[in-house]
Design a protein around this ligand. Structure first.
Ligand code: NAD
Length: 266
C-alpha cells in the first residue's frame, strides 16, 4: 500500500505543538500542502512551516483562535486563497482546564467547550462549505473532502476532575457521527481519532514520574503513545487507503479503552 496525498491541501488546527505538529509534518511528507494553524505560539508554527518548505513541501503558518467564528472564516479563506482548494481538515485544537466539578468555574467550563467542541463545529462547517463549493476533485482523491476530528479516549471513559474535557470529547463523538450521516451521500468522509495517553504538552503532569508509572497500569501495551502513532493514522485516514471508513472513531490507545482494571475479574 502506497499512500500519496500529492496535490491535496490539508489544514491542521493547533499545529504549533504536539499531535497537530506531528500530523502536519506527516501530511506534508505524504505530499499535501499544509496550513499550520496556531493560536498563540507563532514561532514554533512558523519554524514547522519553514522546515516543511526546506524539505521541498508547501506550508503556511496561519494564526486563528478556533473558538472565534470570524477568525475561523478568515483562516479557511486564506487557506483557499493560498493553495486554491481544501481537501483535508484535521480539527485538532484542544485544551484542558482541570478541576473537581464542585470547584470548576463557569469560565473554565465555557473555555473548554468553546475550543474543544464549538471550535471543531466551526472548522468542520467551514470545511464542508468549501468541499461543497469546490466540488469533486477525483484526480486527487476519491472523496470530495475529508474531516478528521481529534477526540480522546475520554469520549468513552469518564474522567473525574475533568468533567468539562470529557463532556467536550463525548460531544465530539455525536458531532462527528451526525455530520458523517449528513454528508456521506455527498462523498465527504468524516471520522475521528481518539488518542489514549500520548506524550505531549497537554499531559506532561500525568505522563512523568510516579503518576506516569501509575498511568502505565492503565495501558495494556505498557507504553505511552508517541506523536508518530497518531500522525501515521491521520495520514492513513486522510488517504484513499481508508476510503470506505466513514463515521468511525479510531481509538489509538495501546488498549486503554479495554478497561484493563477488569482484567482479573474486576
Ligand atoms: P497540545 O497542548 O500540544 O496541543 C493542543 C493545541 O491546541 C496547541 O497547539 C494549542 O495552541 C492549540 N489550541 C488551544 N486553544 C486553541 C484555540 N483557541 N485556537 C487554536 N488552537 C488552539 O496537546 P496535544 O496532546 O497535541 O493535543 C492535541 C489534541 O489531541 C487535543 O484536542 C487533545 O484533547 C487531543 N488528545 C491528546 C491526548 C494526549 O495524550 N496527548 C489524548 C487524547 C486527546
Amino acid at each position: 500500500m502506497q499512500i500519496s496525498l500529492q496535490h491535496q491541501v490539508a489544514l491542521v488546527t493547533g499545529a504549533s505543538s504536539g499531535l497537530g505538529a506531528g500530523a502536519a509534518e506527516a501530511l506534508a511528507e505524504a505530499g499535501a500542502a499544509v496550513v499550520v494553524n496556531y493560536n498563540r505560539h507563532a514561532e514554533p508554527a512558523e519554524a514547522l512551516a519553514e522546515r516543511i518548505r526546506e524539505n521541498g513541501g508547501k506550508a503556511l503558518a496561519l494564526q486563528a483562535d478556533v473558538s472565534q467564528e470570524d477568525q475561523v472564516e478568515a483562516l479557511f479563506a486564506r487557506t483557499v486563497e493560498t493553495f486554491g482548494a481544501l481537501d483535508i481538515l484535521l480539527a485538532n485544537s484542544g485544551l484542558q482546564k482541570d478541576a473537581a466539578t464542585v470547584d470548576m468555574t463557569l469560565a473554565d467550563w465555557n473555555q473548554v467547550l468553546q475550543v474543544n467542541l464549538t471550535g471543531q463545529f466551526l472548522c468542520a462547517r467551514a470545511a464542508l462549505r468549501q468541499f461543497i463549493k469546490q466540488g469533486p476533485r477525483p484526480w486527487v482523491s476519491r472523496a470530495q473532502g475529508k474531516i478528521i476530528h481529534m477526540s480522546s479516549v475520554h469520549q468513552l471513559i469518564p474522567w473525574a476532575g475533568h468533567a468539562n474535557y470529557a463532556a467536550s470529547k463525548g460531544a465530539i463523538d455525536l458531532l462527528m457521527r451526525s455530520i458523517a450521516q449528513e454528508v456521506g451521500g455527498q462523498g465527504i468522509r468524516v471520522n475521528a481519532i481518539a488518542p489514549g495517553a500520548i506524550k505531549t504538552a497537554i499531559n506532561q503532569d500525568t505522563t512523568q514520574g510516579e503518576k506516569g508509572q501509575r498511568l502505565l497500569e492503565l495501558i495494556p501495551q505498557g507504553r505511552l503513545g508517541e506523536v508518530q502513532d497518531i500522525a501515521n493514522a491521520v495520514v492513513w485516514l486522510a488517504s484513499d487507503a481508508s476510503d470506505y471508513i466513514h463515521g468511525t472513531t479510531l481509538f489509538i490507545d495501546g488498549g486503554m479503552s479495554l478497561y484493563p482494571g477488569f482484567k482479573d475479574n474486576g
